[in-house]
Design a protein around this ligand. Structure first.
Ligand SMILES: [Fe+2]
Length: 200
């Protein structure tokens, strides 16, 4: 991920609170912005995990769950075409489309060390928690003959302690994200496995 401090802390227009796009519209944006299938899959996986967490752990209603899902689905939308403007481009696009500020803030805070925006609420904290870990778990699935079948959280914990495995995944980000929430890492890992394994 490029280092790009956003140098701002407020996003979107408070008057746009509650304004969301449909999930179909978000998929269309991905189709237009992200040619790389692997990257699209990453965003779809994070979206599925975010939506499931909102519904199962936060007691969210359908509208709130859609916010979580949209943030997950769009968080890296500009990464492929605008690596040097990653995060800024998608934020500005969502501001132009008058999307709910909470969705935009969530995307802006998915990498506090890179973008300089601190996660505030649980939606922000969970996207930060899930992002790197979801990619790490998928990398682990790809080298298993049975992929997600029979994968358990303990094997992932072990791989996290092996610096050479998926070396590009920053373990410090995972540790930092974990320090901001109350759920044990093993439970988070299992939740990700369960909810991203069937995403295609
Ligand atoms: Fe990501």
């Amino acid at each position: 991920m490029s280092i790009l401090q956003l140098d701002r802390n407020t996003f979107g227009d408070p008057a746009d609170a509650g304004k969301l796009m449909s999930i179909e519209e978000a998929h269309q944006l991905l189709a237009d912005w992200v040619p790389n299938e692997r990257l699209r899959l990453h965003m779809k996986q994070v979206a599925a995990v975010m939506k499931a967490w909102a519904l199962e752990k936060e007691g969210a209603d359908a509208t709130t769950a859609l916010k979580w899902e949209l943030a997950g689905l769009l968080h890296d939308a500009d990464w492929e075409k605008h690596p040097n403007d990653h995060c800024r481009m998608i934020i500005e696009e969502l501001e132009r489309r008058h999307i709910d500020p909470e969705v935009i803030h969530c995307i802006a805070s998915h990498g506090p060390r890179y973008f300089g925006v601190e996660p505030n609420n649980s939606m922000d904290k969970m996207i930060y928690m899930f992002d790197e870990l979801s990619g790490f778990i998928h990398a682990a699935a790809l080298i298993r003959p049975t992929r997600y079948d029979g994968m358990d959280a303990k094997s992932i914990l072990k791989k996290l302690k092996t610096p050479s495995f998926a070396a590009q995944v920053n373990r410090d980000d995972i540790t930092d994200a974990l320090s901001r929430i109350d759920t044990p890492l093993e439970e988070i890992i299992q939740f990700i496995i369960d909810h991203q394994k069937d995403v295609a």
